[in-house]
Design a protein around this ligand. Structure first.
Ligand SMILES: Cc1cc2nc3c(=O)[nH]c(=O)nc-3n(C[C@H](O)[C@H](O)[C@H](O)COP(=O)(O)OP(=O)(O)OC[C@H]3O[C@@H](n4cnc5c(N)ncnc54)[C@H](O)[C@@H]3O)c2cc1C
Length: 480
């Protein structure tokens, strides 16, 4: 079923009537900030930006869009990396959640908080901390991404190995459906086996099944101790051997285990004298390890004891003695992510394989890539405790846009072929959106596709929500 926008003028007038007090933006100047994502790789000028301030306004907006078959795309902080939240050029209304950003409640007794979808993740984390609780979703974009975006992408991050992905942290949701009805599944119950668990269908659905307006999230006791170390290793195999030992010896206190290959550390070192070689000498692989705990455990002694016990694997390392030093170690990870894109576009991959196959995956994928494209710089890092690797490809300087496109296609095909051989996933965290759609649909089995299409039809029969993301577009609208 095709979504056909009516003429712009009447459409704008009708929407403006539904969204008073600056709720609708239409000028080029106003739209600019909603038209480009964090990466700068995806751009699309929306027809207008709707900014409902309440669930009632959202409901009225969607009722109208459903009746008139107006295509829409929900937008959070625009940090998603698969081109899903920007509009199809001139053809969609962006629905920004930014004015629905309240923290509705926090209950340290329930270990739960209810947050509106437009709340920035860092603000939600801060509010939880003020109640002596921890909202564990943690990653580089937390200062910009919004809770609705985190739910819609089932965000992961550094702490998944201890606390799980967003899916594991959502207790309930409030969702405005494609036809404007409000589904109130906002509860803080830990156990509830009444029929289908409908919230799960919206988590990770990338805006294609409904608009999340609020989420009830699980909280945890705020750790009173955090210990961080950076270690240098001979190989990815050694990193995985270290992970196995850390899992056993640090048990559930292990909060992060981040692998960075030497090339990534060198990217951060380009930042200048403030970022010297962190261990004084180069090692093929590095791991950032974090453990955290509350209560009476002597965490520092535990980490030092663990590191003593793995002296056969670890070549060298430093343990942060203050929080400031720990934050500095994490900066090597964060700056690398930001700096790899400074020279322009680069290929981002976000794959996962069984943990037991991770070392083989990295070795084989880097070997195939190097053989096929020795001119490309591979930057490899990831949340290896979750089997999740980012194997990114930076093109050489001076390459034409056409040659870059070709390089990315070739490199991605090589990387995904190794993922397939390892029984892995082409998207561990970032989702499918538009960028990974072709690779996703090439790999999907007919039964899964049939079920997915049926779910889409049931929740959004007119295909007005994020059309052309995850599943193929059903309208004449074309995307950049
Ligand atoms: C530096 C950096 C580091 C990152 N690290 C990680 C990481 O470690 N782990 C990880 O998982 N991701 C990571 N990401 C990706 C990104 O931050 C996450 O996918 C994040 O959850 C997106 O949130 P957002 O608010 O920016 O969403 P947007 O980019 O605005 O939107 C993402 C998707 O969600 C949909 N959406 C947004 N809001 C709603 C809503 N209220 N209802 C329904 N659909 C909605 C959009 O339509 C789109 O499909 C990183 C990104 C950057 C830039």
């Amino acid at each position: 079923m095709n979504a056909v926008p009516p003429t712009s003028a009447s459409l704008i007038a009708a929407l403006a009537g539904l969204l008073p007090n600056g709720g609708l933006l239409t000028t080029d100047e106003d739209l600019a900030r909603y038209s480009r994502d964090w990466s700068g790789d995806h751009f699309g000028r929306p027809l207008a930006v709707a900014r409902p301030a309440s669930v009632e306004e959202m409901s009225a907006l969607m009722r109208h869009c459903h009746a008139e078959r107006i295509p829409v795309v929900p937008q959070g902080g625009l940090t998603g990396l698969v081109g899903a939240a920007v509009a199809a050029d001139g053809g969609e209304i962006v629905i920004s959640l930014e004015r629905m950003n309240r923290i509705r409640s926090i209950s340290p007794i329930d270990f739960a908080m209810v947050v509106e979808a437009g709340c920035i993740l860092e603000d939600a984390k801060r509010a939880a901390e003020e109640s002596d609780c921890l909202l564990p979703i943690t990653f580089g974009a937390q200062g910009s991404c919004r809770i609705g975006g985190n739910v819609a992408t089932n965000a992961g991050g550094f702490n998944v190995l201890r606390y799980g992905m967003t899916r594991d942290l959502v207790l309930g949701l409030e969702v405005v459906l494609a036809d404007g009805r409000i589904w109130n599944g906002l509860k803080v119950l830990r156990k509830d086996n009444r029929g289908y668990d409908l919230k799960q269908i919206f988590i990770g659905s990338e805006g294609t099944l409904g608009i999340v307006t609020a989420a009830a999230l699980k909280l945890f006791p705020k750790p009173t101790q955090i210990e961080t170390a950076l270690v240098g290793l001979r190989s990815v195999e050694d990193a995985m051997a270290l992970y196995a030992r850390a899992r056993r010896d640090c048990s559930d206190l292990l909060t992060a285990f981040e692998l960075i290959l030497r090339g990534g550390i060198e990217i951060t070192m380009r930042e200048g004298k403030d970022f010297p070689d962190p261990l004084g000498k180069a090692y093929p692989a590095y791991v950032l390890i974090e453990v955290s705990a509350g209560g009476l455990i002597d965490l520092s002694a535990m980490l030092l004891g663990f590191l003593d016990g793995v002296a056969d694997i670890v070549e060298d390392g430093i343990v942060a003695s203050t929080r400031a030093q720990a934050e500095r170690l994490w900066l090597y990870r964060e700056i690398m992510v930001e700096r790899q894109g400074r020279g322009g576009r680069y290929l981002r991959t976000d794959v996962s394989v069984p943990i037991s196959k991770l070392a083989d995956f990295v070795t084989d994928a880097l070997f195939d890539l190097q053989r096929a494209r020795p001119d490309a710089l591979a930057v490899t890092y990831g949340h290896v405790g979750d089997g999740n690797i980012h194997l990114n490809v930076v093109p050489p300087e001076g390459m034409t846009p056409e040659a870059i496109e070709h390089l990315f296609e070739e490199a991605e095909a090589h990387i995904f072929a190794v993922v397939d051989r390892c029984g892995g996933s082409i998207s561990a965290e970032h989702g499918i959106g538009r960028v990974k759609q072709k690779a996703f649909l090439e790999r999907i089995d007919p039964v899964t596709l049939d079920l997915a299409a049926g779910i889409k039809d049931a929740f959004d029969p007119r295909h007005i929500l994020s059309n052309g993301r995850i599943l193929a577009s059903t309208s004449a609208l074309d995307y950049r």
